[in-house]
Design a protein around this ligand. Structure first.
Ligand SMILES: Cc1ncc(COP(=O)(O)O)c(C=O)c1O
Length: 329
């Protein structure tokens, strides 16, 4: 038996096939067809927001969002994230400036971020770590960028979207994602191919009715892990701040020494359980990103690991995994 770290939820195949039949009838595969437009509308309704643009990946969505800022200068980022975030900042010609994370939430520490603000700062890019909203109170938000990659709680296989507060930003991103076209043979702006296909939108539309169920199930699973592992003096469970809704995306084990974390990961591996270091390395250590020291993030990157968590993971699986963790500290 092998228990992977994550597994995408798949809706009933017939639901997806019905959408594919529609694509066949429409004969429209990409370039912002009816399926993609409908998906954007339904995502906006689900989120109770407007200004949603669906793109080919979360990274592309981030790059197009960054392009709406004045070029050059610095963007303050967390070192404790996947490389796509700081990497996109670098790729778009900004200097990523790392501010260390809060040792409890492991999200960007707002005070440390404030200390890094200079006359060259263009924006602060806050990442919502482990499915818990970052502390963005007090920041003037331009919008949100979401990845719908297959590893996410809600996914479209590949994809991502931007949610813009200002209509002009949304219009600009819609130009960027489509080579700058504002009509046939007309180019109002530079642009790139950030388009996503009707098939990805169809998968999103098929999954959207399951979104609440997916989040609720993840939270139940998350709480089950917490009940199994809570109160142990050797390690810590992530605290969910009061009045905060999380989506149970990951279950990290915090606070072990790097050596003990390695031992537990190794024993889990021998038992066929894939525990993953999320996030490693600390991004200030990535050679081309050249960040200064971020001791809290660096220590977390060496010790934190996440337990398997996905829709089909059973209660017995979680008990099996928790038992191994507790017996091998
Ligand atoms: C924080 C963060 N930023 C960016 C990305 C990149 O998204 P995508 O894989 O859709 O390009 C991901 C997910 O992989 C992520 O977790």
């Amino acid at each position: 038996m092998r228990i992977p770290h994550s597994k995408p939820f798949l809706p009933p195949a017939d639901d997806y096939k019905a959408k594919v039949d529609e694509i066949w009838q429409n004969g429209w595969l990409t370039n912002h067809g009816p399926m993609l437009r409908q998906f954007e509308t339904e995502v906006a309704e689900y989120l109770n927001l407007s200004g949603v643009s669906f793109l080919s990946s979360g990274t592309m969505a981030l790059q197009c969002a960054l392009r709406t800022l004045e070029r050059g200068g610095e963007i303050i980022v967390t070192p404790y994230s996947y490389v796509a975030t700081a990497g996109a900042v670098f790729w778009e010609g900004f200097t990523p400036v790392f501010a260390d994370i809060d040792p409890v939430s492991l999200a960007l520490d707002p005070e440390k971020a404030a200390e890094k603000i200079t006359s060259k700062t263009r924006a602060i890019l806050a990442t919502h770590v482990y499915g818990i909203p970052a502390d963005v109170e007090g920041l003037e938000s331009l919008g949100a960028v979401v990845s719908t990659h297959a590893t996410k709680v809600f996914h479209t296989a590949n994809g991502g979207f931007t949610v813009c507060k200002k209509e002009e930003d949304r219009r600009q991103i819609d130009l960027y994602r489509n080579f700058g076209h504002d009509g046939p043979n007309r180019f109002a702006s530079p642009g790139i191919n950030g388009k996503n296909s009707e098939f990805h939108a169809a998968l999103g539309l098929t999954l959207l009715p399951f979104a609440n169920e997916l989040i609720n199930r993840r939270r139940e699973q998350w709480e089950h892990y917490r009940d199994l592992l809570f109160g142990h003096s050797e390690f810590r469970i992530l605290e969910i701040p009061a009045k905060t809704e999380h989506n149970g995306a990951y279950f990290p084990v915090l606070g072990l020494s790097a050596q003990r974390a390695n031992r537990v990961i190794g024993v889990l591996e021998e038992a066929g359980v894939e525990a993953r270091r999320y996030f490693n390395p600390s991004l200030n250590k990535v050679p081309y990103l050249k960040g200064g020291a971020c001791p809290v993030s660096e220590a977390a990157a060496e010790s934190v690991f996440c337990l398997p968590l996905y829709h089909g993971l059973t209660g017995a699986d979680r008990e099996f995994i928790a038992d191994i963790v507790l017996k091998n500290l």
